[in-house]
Design a binder for this molecule. Structure first.
Ligand code: XBP
Ligand code: MG
Length: 296
């Protein structure tokens, strides 16, 4: 059994045990649907029970890092650097070098690749990278729990509009669950119905597995959902899963290739908009999704 054997449909804030039976009144008044994820990572697409799109946008699946908050430059990067220091490794990733390493998803793989580039023996690099990554994850969890990260401007309004429109919310990240669950809860609250993290997938982005698992958890075909991403690697994962993808770029990703995306914006809010594009609203997401599938 691969790591996917531990996959759960997760609400930000807990596991399936937090979900009352369908129709029952939850203690916090937030209605959620009971769903489950089954199968193996390798069979994610094949084993999904899906509702083929009705043409309506039924769910939005968000990436986390760089999409919900600017976590990379001043979040993960300093946590990696502190972990290097604590393990006596003479390495400090500056902003530019870290940006170039973001093409490698997964903190463990990122550290191992950089150590190998610096001439480390492959086995030593893999072993030390695991230890460093464990420390880095613990440090980053502390930062998340201290409330160090704010939602990107306009995100709260966008998510609120989606919820008001009856559009379901899911998350597909290939970062680790330890920090991703508290971070997502802090950034957008308990509106997340399905959450897939790097702990549940066998293949990290740009592989589509995380998005396929999210769709499976939602019980939806790709044509019923939209992905929101910030990076080229993430867009490859989302479009590889068949999703119309809205990209909200950030400082690290603005110059990347988003030719496969349905819409590219520099931010969610009015202030980030250029020309007449305006903020990203639920209605705009609905329109982008409809146009994407009309044009197929
Ligand atoms: C981002 C990643 C992660 C983070 C670091 O994933 O690739 O590796 O940079 O987190 P996404 P970890 O954009 O899909 O959220 O150290 O936990 O890997
Ligand atoms: Mg990202």
């Amino acid at each position: 059994m691969g790591r996917f054997g531990t996959a759960r449909t997760l609400l930000a804030g807990g596991g399936p045990s937090d979900v009352p039976p369908d129709g029952a009144a939850p203690s916090d008044g937030v209605r959620r649907k009971r769903v489950s994820v089954q199968g193996t990572g390798g069979d994610a697409a094949a084993s999904a029970t899906t509702t083929v799109g009705t043409g309506r946008l039924e769910a939005v699946i968000f990436d986390v890092d760089g999409t919900l908050a600017d976590t990379e430059r001043d979040g993960h990067r300093p946590a990696f650097n502190e972990a290097f220091r604590r393990h006596g490794i003479d390495l400090d990733w500056d902003v530019e070098h870290y940006g170039s390493l973001l093409r490698i998803t997964g903190g463990h793989r990122r550290v191992a690749a950089d150590l190998k580039d610096r001439g480390w023996d492959s086995d030593d690099a893999d072993r030390v990278a695991l230890e460093i990554h464990k420390t880095k994850t613990a440090l980053f969890v502390e930062r998340v729990k201290s409330g160090a990260f704010d939602p990107r401007p306009g995100l709260t309004e966008f998510v609120g509009g989606l919820v008001d429109a009856g559009i379901r919310i899911a998350v597909a990240t290939t970062g680790r669950r330890d920090w991703a669950v508290p971070l997502v809860r802090h950034l957008i609250g308990d509106v997340v119905e399905v959450m897939v993290t790097g702990d549940e997938v066998q293949r990290l982005k740009p592989d589509p597995e995380a998005y396929l698992l999210a769709l499976q958890g939602l019980g939806l075909d790709a044509s019923a959902a939209v992905a929101v991403e910030d990076s080229g690697v993430g867009t490859t994962a989302a479009t590889g899963a068949g999703l119309a993808t809205i990209v909200v770029t950030n400082g690290y990703t603005a110059a990347q290739d988003f030719s496969a995306a349905a819409l590219v914006l520099p931010g969610y809010d009015e202030g980030a908009a250029q020309g007449d594009s305006g903020p990203l609203t639920a209605q705009r997401a609905i329109d982008v999704h409809a146009a994407w599938w009309r044009d197929r």
